[in-house]
Write a protein that binds this ligand. Structure first.
Ligand code: CS2
Length: 487
């Protein structure tokens, strides 16, 4: 089997990169090199390098596992991107990643990479739970495991904010300039959040550093979108079929891709527009649209779909009853949005349903169901709270809330257990156990989780009245029965 690094021998089906990778030095450190990064930012960077050159290759960082480094480093960071829709598969070789560091093996190498004079941007995809955001205050959660660890040993960090602050401190100590920190996670105003968490952490370590960061580091927000399931044996088999190379770093994704970025960079940026990125002055309307319409519907389909026996999003959205509930929620969520420049929201919603229905992508409902307490606030609870504040109806969002609560039981309708996979599961489990299968008690137990429901939601009688009967129906008739009863 040929190795992927032998670019000259790449099979005809996959074209070689449109640039000489080794001729471009690294300029970006990316924290969280998972499937999403490989299907999104790395692809835009690959396009930018081909179109405009520059020293913008990527040094990837894995905060936990050594798997990505083990797969990518032996093949010089290259991998096959498989794009799937019902018309067939495409494949492309991506060469923008230079190398991958494994933080737990060598945290100092990560700090050194951020503090390298060549580094001008640090991009991030660590998922919502990686930030250490206290939802109640909007600031740093000092009880977050990685934050607590890193505050206790700022020289040897383990988490996102600790690494950013240690790397920036090292830049300042070396007399280097600032850089841009670009969050690419599904959080509203992700740049603003990152700036605040980094600023608060830095102030606790060294007040002078916090002032230096405020003066020298930019934190633009960005909205990212590409449906990217976890890679499986099928991904690897198809990458090999399409490219002629065994590649256990291959990743699969849908054809659609979107990246909207605030054009506010401290030290330049790649020509990401070559890959289709849109640069704007303020990204908030795009982020809200995506979080509330795409991700909010995803979460509904994940909880209700998983419990109704649908393994994938495509199956869930093709269930006519669930599809109707999803359409209703999308319509109500769209009504909370400000106008989004250049976007027709009806068209966007229709496109989303078509993307969800793509059967060539096996996006597991169980994958999306994880980390519910980190996802619900911006996806479901925020548009719900705004709707109630305007005197609107809670009903269109109530099914998603009830389905998440039902999911928190950790056992399916046939009695089969599953792992909740939520950072707050140790808080959730005793509450759920105490409430039993009593819908009203379950509602109280979960709506009062600290920092989850905003006070006005937790106190809303209208919301309770909309959710509790649905939850009772789910418990009594099963999820499939509850969906059928909505028709
Ligand atoms: C999904 C997202 O796993 C999830 O929670 O909703 O990963 C979603 O697929 C992406 O945001 C699409 O851009």
């Amino acid at each position: 089997m040929t190795r992927l690094s032998a670019a000259s021998r790449v099979a005809a089906a996959v074209s070689a990169p449109g640039y000489a990778p080794a001729a471009h030095a690294a300029g970006i450190v990316h924290i969280g090199v998972g499937a999403f990064h490989k299907a999104h930012q790395a692809v835009y960077t690959d396009a930018a390098l081909a179109a405009a050159g520059g020293d913008w290759r990527i040094v990837g960082v894995s905060l936990r596992s050594a798997d990505v480094a083990a797969a990518l480093n032996p093949q010089d960071g290259r991998y096959i991107l498989v794009t799937r829709d019902e018309a067939g598969d495409g494949a492309r070789l991506i060469a923008s990643i230079d190398r991958v560091l494994v933080a737990p093996d060598d945290p100092q190498a990560v700090v050194a990479a951020i503090a390298d004079p060549a580094t001008r941007i640090v991009t991030i995809t660590v998922t919502e739970k990686g930030y250490g955001l206290d939802r109640a205050t909007g600031g740093l959660d000092r009880g977050h495991e990685a934050v607590a660890h890193d505050l206790a040993s700022p020289q040897r960090p383990a988490g996102l904010v600790g690494f950013l602050v240690a790397g920036l401190a090292a830049r300042r100590a070396r007399g280097l300039g600032g850089l841009t920190v670009l969050s690419c996670d599904n959080l509203p105003e992700n740049g603003r959040i990152t700036a605040r968490l980094v600023g608060e952490f830095a102030a606790l370590v060294d007040g002078g550093l916090a002032a230096w960061i405020a003066a020298n580091v930019r934190f633009p927000s960005s909205m990212v979108d590409r449906i990217t399931p976890a890679a499986t044996a099928r991904t690897f088999a198809d990458a090999e079929r399409l490219s002629g190379h065994a590649d256990h770093a291959a990743v699969e994704t849908e054809p659609f891709t979107q990246w909207v970025i605030e054009d506010d960079f401290a030290a330049g940026r790649p020509a990401w527009e070559a890959g289709g990125a849109l640069f704007v002055a303020t990204v908030a309307p795009y982020e809200q649209m995506k979080l509330r319409l795409l991700n909010g519907t995803h979460s509904l389909l994940a909880y209700a779909g998983f419990l109704a026996g649908h393994e994938t999003v495509a199956e869930a959205v093709r269930d006519p009853g669930l599809r109707a509930i999803a359409e209703r929620q999308m319509q109500a969520a769209a009504a909370t949005l400000p106008p989004v420049p250049g976007i027709d929201l009806d068209g966007y919603r229709a496109q989303l349903v078509a993307r969800f229905a793509n059967r060539a992508i096996r996006h597991l409902t169980y994958q999306i169901a994880m980390d519910g307490t980190e996802k619900l606030p911006q996806r479901i609870l925020a548009p719900l709270a705004e709707t109630l504040a305007r005197g609107g109806d809670a009903a269109p969002f109530a099914f998603a809330v009830a389905a998440w609560m039902r999911y928190c039981l950790g056992v399916g309708d046939a009695g089969e257990p599953y792992a909740l996979r939520d950072p707050r599961e140790r808080l959730i489990a005793p509450r759920v156990a105490e409430a039993g299968r009593d819908a009203a008690r379950l509602y109280e137990a979960l709506s009062s989780l600290p920092g989850l429901f905003a006070p006005e939601l937790a106190a809303s009688g209208a919301l309770r009245a909309a959710v509790v009967p649905l939850l009772a129906a789910m418990l009594e008739h099963g999820m499939a029965g509850a969906i059928a009863r909505q028709g």
